[in-house]
Design a binder for this molecule. Structure first.
Ligand code: IGP
Length: 258
């Protein structure tokens, strides 16, 4: 089994358990459920922002612990202050050490927040809305094109934007009208190797009408320049900042060099 299959199998169990505890109807009653959402599509091209979607990630299957002590509010406030276009917050606990509470805390910031998780069920989208997310991630590698369309349509009905993640040519067929942004994951999920050429290779096949987001393995301002020239509007960066004792300072320094 590859890592994604392992994660999805666990996710199914976790979602079933949470559903038994809290119904969708109860989630819909939570205060944040009806707040107006923010648009990542618009924020990516805001002239005073950098296009960076800065990610809060404590650990990962490929790296183990990345940062065991960073505070989600301190870090995301700094990301926002220094020009991030959006925030990505891991809410998967078992493999990435994230929680829904992390996302709820990141909500103090007035830029779009992406729920970074492995979404396989509408219930998780209702949860995303209830904890204050603006955008959800759908991963082509763990969904059929029909599932993507159905989940994305459901997200749109809750005023959430949808970032569809692909990682090779075979997944281009998962892109549909209901998806707002197309992300290319530069990380090979079998080997964990990262190569930004994956993004550079795929962009010419992606619809120009949907902002492209290059994801993973971005560690230099030069890489952003290259990706921007190729047409990418968004740059999803986690580890490069989170691996530093002070992700906030690392982010501020990085932005100065853009
Ligand atoms: O830490 P990096 O290499 O900058 O990568 C960030 C982000 O792209 C990565 O965390 C990611 C991309 N797609 C995912 C899907 C699930 C969990 C995590 C991810």
């Amino acid at each position: 089994m590859n890592i994604l299959d392992t994660i999805v199998a666990k996710k199914k169990e976790e979602v079933a358990a949470r559903k038994a505890l809290v119904s969708s109807a109860e989630l819909e009653k939570q205060a944040l459920f009806t707040r107006p959402t923010l648009s990542l599509v618009q924020s990516l091209v805001h002239p005073e922002r950098t296009g960076i979607i800065a990610e809060f990630k404590r650990k990962s299957p490929s790296k183990g612990i990345i940062n065991g002590q960073a505070d989600v509010v301190d870090v995301t406030k700094a990301y926002t202050q220094y020009g991030a276009s959006g925030l990505s917050v891991l809410t998967d606990e078992s493999f990435f050490g994230g929680t829904s509470d992390d996302l709820l805390k990141a909500r103090v910031n007035e830029i779009p927040v992406l729920r970074k998780d492995f979404i396989i069920d509408e219930y998780q989208i209702t949860e995303a809305r209830a904890i204050g997310a603006d955008v959800i991630l759908l991963i082509a590698a763990c969904l059929t094109p029909q599932e993507v369309q159905k989940l994305a349509a459901f997200a749109k009905s809750l005023q959430l934007e949808v970032l569809l993640e692909i990682h090779d040519e075979t997944e281009l067929g998962h892109i549909c009208d209901e998806t707002d942004l197309v992300g290319v994951n530069n990380r090979n999920l079998k080997t964990f190797e990262v190569d930004i050429n994956t993004s550079l290779r795929l962009i010419s096949h992606m619809p120009a009408s949907k902002p492209g987001v290059a994801e993973s393995g971005i560690s230099s301002p030069e890489a952003i320049k290259t990706l921007k020239e190729a047409g990418f509007k968004g740059f999803l960066i986690g580890e490069n900042f989170m691996k530093q004792p002070l992700p906030s300072v690392a982010f501020a320094d990085f932005v100065k060099q853009l």
